[in-house]
Design a protein around this ligand. Structure first.
Ligand SMILES: C[S@@+](CC[C@H](N)C(=O)[O-])C[C@H]1O[C@@H](n2cnc3c(N)ncnc32)[C@H](O)[C@@H]1O
Length: 425
């Protein structure tokens, strides 16, 4: 994208002035565009881009300069980095592109640091049976290419990056519920669940239903999904999305993560897509780098473990429990999963993808491998020799494990952690 013109700088500066911890960049942009309906789609794209680029390069900017000047500085840095990623040293990225507290939780691989500074890809998930017509209509679609250790999953995916400029929410296939905007890492969570038609699932933190809709599609809309969340407004959105996608095999209930469970039903599978610090989304949502804190991480880790502990008793014998978080901090990932494993001998860790990269939902013998890849040098010296070897090791290990990290640079998508268990028979 070209250096912003004066009008773009002025709009972006006004939007920045309205952003706060409670009024995030994406909301501020939406409100601003609602009040400035005359802006054309291309202008909106340029303004949004300028705002997100600003937060990506925030620590490099001169705090004494005017907002317009700082936005311009960020755009120039971004242009330079996009043309030549080596023009900014990885040590500088480690020191300035992420907050200092992160080092106590994870040492991000160099490739991930670079990935966080790039423009994110826009991913769509096309409903089963609609890929040919949707990609023909939207034109600028490319199918997902997975890293070698996950290529076995590729035939099951219906994931495409969209590189066109049209507003996807105003397309015919969107109105017809034939695709959803959903990040690739989130789509892989659905495949890790591997729900089967006619099973009964519980999506315990269903939110607006991104993963619930995917589970329904994988179940060919046969069986039942309980979709619960603490937030009624999100569940309302879920219902609208489900209607558009013609998903009807679900029921919603409010559940705030308290000991009073929403149902006595026993499940073939439970997904806990828990609230988290969102470090894995810092490419798409760069403002969050500067609002998330170590206190948030610690509090969220407690909530995550509580949620897992509460749902565990709702599994049928051989039922599967999947834990996912779009973050990469040790406290919210391996520490939660290990603490949960230690407290639940009645569950066995479940390898997520077999050697071919395919999640196998069937009954299985106790798994030999439960070790996870750990993203922090202070935590696992074996994996900390260098950032790039850490990343490579993590991929090799993770295809054998019941815990895996999806790194943003591996998928050109959000970072994600997934862990899985199965109730013993
Ligand atoms: C990561 S989001 C879920 C995203 C959703 N699964 C999707 O794919 O679109 C986490 C959700 O957990 C919900 N949540 C937060 N704290 C909770 C709690 N204590 N009990 C239940 N849900 C909670 C939030 O309202 C939020 O919708």
């Amino acid at each position: 994208m070209a250096t912003p013109d004066q009008a773009t700088l002025n709009h972006a500066a006004q939007i920045l002035a309205s952003i706060s911890t409670d009024h995030r960049a994406d909301l501020a942009l939406r409100f601003y565009f609602e009040r400035h309906r005359y802006l054309r789609p291309a202008a909106k794209r340029h303004i949004s881009h300028a705002v997100f680029v600003y937060f990506r390069w925030l620590s490099w900017l001169d705090p004494k300069a005017s907002p317009q000047k700082r936005i311009e500085q960020a755009a120039k840095l971004h242009e330079r980095f996009t043309a030549d990623p080596a023009s900014i040293k990885v040590e500088a990225l480690a020191a300035r592109a992420v907050p200092h507290w992160l080092a106590s939780e994870v040492e991000l691989p160099a490739d991930t640091l670079r990935q966080l500074q790039r423009d994110p890809a826009l991913w769509i998930r096309v409903r089963r049976g609609h890929a040919a017509e949707v990609t023909k209509t939207l034109v600028h679609c490319s199918p997902a290419v997975l890293p070698a250790w996950l290529t076995g999953l590729e035939p099951q995916l219906s994931a495409f990056t969209f590189t066109g400029t049209q507003d996807l929410f105003r397309t015919e296939p969107f109105d017809a519920g034939e695709f959803e905007i959903q990040d690739l890492a989130s789509q892989i969570v659905g495949h890790a669940c591997a729900p089967q038609p006619r099973e009964t699932w519980w999506d315990a933190c269903a939110g607006e239903g991104g993963k619930m809709l995917h589970l329904a599609d994988l179940m060919a809309n046969k069986g039942l999904i309980w979709a619960t969340d603490r937030n009624a407004r999100r569940l309302e959105t879920l219902k609208h999305r489900a209607a558009r996608a013609q998903v009807f095999n679900y029921r919603t209930a409010l559940w705030d993560g308290s000991a009073r469970l929403p149902t006595k039903t026993k499940f073939d599978g439970i997904l806990v897509d828990a609230p988290c610090s969102g470090v894995g989304t810092w490419q798409r949502n760069p403002q969050a780098r500067w609002t998330a804190t170590l206190d948030d991480v610690n509090q969220l880790a407690t909530t995550q473990l509580t949620l897992l502990n509460l749902v565990a008793g709702s599994l049928k014998p051989r039922g599967r429990l999947i834990y996912s978080v779009c973050t990469l901090t040790r406290s919210e990932t391996t520490a939660v999963a290990d603490a949960f494993s230690a407290a639940h001998p009645e569950l066995e860790p479940l390898p997520l993808f077999n050697a071919a990269g395919v999640a196998d939902p069937g009954p299985r013998a106790p798994s030999p491998a439960t070790t996870s890849s750990v993203p922090g040098s202070t935590l696992n010296p074996q994996l900390s020799t260098s950032a790039s070897s850490l990343s490579a090791s993590s991929s090799q290990l993770s295809s054998l494990n019941s815990q895996l990290f999806l790194w943003p640079h591996e998928l050109n998508a959000n970072g994600m952690f997934i862990a899985a268990w199965q109730a013993r028979a």
